[in-house]
Design a protein around this ligand. Sequence first.
Ligand code: NAD
Length: 316
Amino acid sequence: MQIVITGGAGFIGSNLVQALAEQPHVTRLRVVDNLCTGDKANLAGLDVDFFEGDVQDAALLDQAFHGADAVVHLAALPSVPRSLQDPLASHHANATGTLQVLEAARRAGGPHVIAASSSSVYGSNPHLPKHEDLATAPMSPYAVTKLTTEAYLSAYHHSFGLPVLPFRFFNVYGPGQRADHPYAAVIPKWISAALSGEPVTIHGDGTQTRDFTYVGTICHVLIDALLRRVVEPRPVNLAFGTRISLLDLIPEIETATGRLVRREHLSDRVGDVPHSQADSSHLRALFPTVAPATLEEGVSATVDWFRTSVISSASS
Ligand code: NAD
């Protein structure tokens, strides 16, 4: 199998490339990435054809997609706050980028296209757990770009017969996720704070809940979908319905790091949803053999990665 991963130098992408490199059926891996948030160092030592550039570049995509059996489209500006600061940049990268990927897939003869959407599309709809049939209610420009991604995949399936599979990722965490930029996610930010003796910062009162998914579990599902060529034009939640409040996450991080943390409360963040929990019945029906890592296992593996890769490289 020849597989293209857009955004393959990023957090989820580089974990996927690494996991795919161990698959006997995968003969060639290609990555398209403009390195705006990703890093080529994430792919060090892996046998990958790297196409450096933007997913809005049709000629680059034609080269990368030539002869491909499948494309996993992960390239995007993946942040709600960033989309509030620069909505057009998010639209170009995420919505126009997806349209270019689908057009290139069509020109390349119709490889299997799996794409990353987001639980943010449920937005202000208060119903829990989030079932895929719920009305979407985006609260940020980022969420709109992800809803657009889903709509384009569905349209290309119905109009051109493209074999597609849009996944709604919830809060993904694990090794390789950066803590050192303004849009960092909560788990890497808090692990990094705990290990360096800084307080953890909580937006709001901390009772907001999230359905965290370990990146290794995401890779298992993506690989199973690729190898079995699972096609489903309707979006599928990729999370397992295990909801935890941010306040309850703190002891998990304290246990895994062996450090007690101080807490600092900041104001609520615009565009953040109060509660998030996936209804995973559709996912479990499509992928009955995938067993998710527990939060304890995932946080512990992430802390190990911070200790071996981030802290040791900063001190050397
Ligand atoms: P990331 O920022 O680590 O990875 C995104 C990658 O895409 C980076 O390597 C970046 O350089 C690349 N990229 C961005 N814009 C590009 C462009 N225009 N052309 C080419 N490359 C471009 O983010 P991630 O957390 O790995 O997210 C991967 C995907 O999953 C994104 O589509 C994101 O929206 C989605 N997602 C992530 C989460 C999460 O919790 N991490 C949740 C929901 C959805």
